[in-house]
Design a protein around this ligand. Structure first.
Ligand code: G4P
Length: 279
């Protein structure tokens, strides 16, 4: 199958991102902990070259805990400040504010030497669609904080969310686009549901996922569906269809229905905590 990303508004998104990056001290980049490389765009390293960086491994609840640790080391070794979080439940969110201060320590020190005190750090959240940017902003900023900016007479001002005296967050996240020209990347994005399922042939996608799981997490499918793994992914898919009683009219197995079940089970964590990429 040909995995294609939707290149819709990418030029516009990139231009906006470039403009907004100029306004901030710090970039908070969200990646999906299950595919930390495929769910980021390497251009952000160039776009944000002179800015402090925090990388948040989001959806860490769905990823392999041991792999999360390895990825924390990976990004840390490359100069970022890293945390694993679950934006949905709020786990790990409390530690972000402290990390912001750490990541911006040099800037704050420079300010202090120049006699600038109490100037808040300005940060923006970036990431590919569906990685959890809005959920994170809501969870991090909470309801208690005030919005600043857009004062009367100032048109088109940016909206900043004031988290505390030390930190302001741009209220609209920057949307990055993944490296959609790479088929392997496209496939992993499709697995996690970050590609439009309408353009995807479900049973082929499920077979690709089964193939990957057979290699990396062979027990996941056996335990969930009570099957033995077969040589070919499509045979395993048929076994799963049978064990889940997926039939079209008559006795024919409904492979598409079985595919939808596997993909949903994977995306919601029912197949276990699974990471599909290693550093
Ligand atoms: P975006 O702004 O980057 O596009 O992403 P958004 O916050 O809309 O989140 C996309 C989906 O990911 C949402 O699910 C959200 O609940 C889920 N999500 C975000 N962070 C986490 C996390 O840390 N763990 C888990 N398990 N899920 C997370 P949805 O199905 O679109 O909405 P909902 O049914 O959860 O409300």
């Amino acid at each position: 199958m040909n995995y294609q990303w939707y290149p819709g508004h990418m030029t516009k998104a990139k231009r906006m991102m470039q403009e907004n990056i100029k306004l901030v001290d710090l970039i908070i980049e969200l990646v999906d902990a299950r595919i930390p490389l495929s769910s980021r765009n390497p251009d952000i390293d160039r776009l944000g070259a002179n800015k402090s960086r925090i990388v948040l491994l989001n959806k860490s609840d769905l990823a392999d805990p041991a792999a999360n640790k390895r990825w924390i080391n990976y990004f840390g070794d490359r100069g970022a400040y890293v945390l694993e979080i679950n934006a949905k439940s709020g786990a790990g969110i409390k530690s972000v504010a402290g990390l912001v201060q750490e990541a911006c320590r040099e800037k704050l020190e420079r300010d202090r030497k120049r006699g600038i005190v109490n100037r808040p750090v300005r940060a923006m959240v970036v990431g590919i669609p569906n990685v959890g940017k809005s959920t994170f902003i809501n969870s991090f900023a909470g309801k208690a904080c005030a919005k600043t900016g857009n004062k009367p007479g100032v048109t088109k001002g940016k909206q900043w969310i004031r988290l505390n005296r030390a930190l302001e967050l741009l209220d609209t996240p920057g949307i990055l686009w993944p490296k959609f020209e790479d088929q392997a990347v496209g496939m992993r994005l499709a697995f996690i549901g970050s590609m439009n399922d309408e353009i995807i042939i479900l049973d082929e996608l499920a077979c690709d996922l089964i193939t990957v799981l057979m290699e990396k997490y062979p027990n996941a499918l056996c335990e969930r569906y009570g099957i033995e793994l077969r040589e070919k992914a499509v045979e395993s898919l048929a076994d799963i269809a049978e064990s889940r009683k997926c039939y079209t009219r008559g006795e024919t197995l409904d492979m598409e229905k079985a595919a939808a079940i596997i993909l949903d089970d994977f995306r919601t964590g029912r197949l276990g905590r699974i990471t599909l990429e290693e550093p």
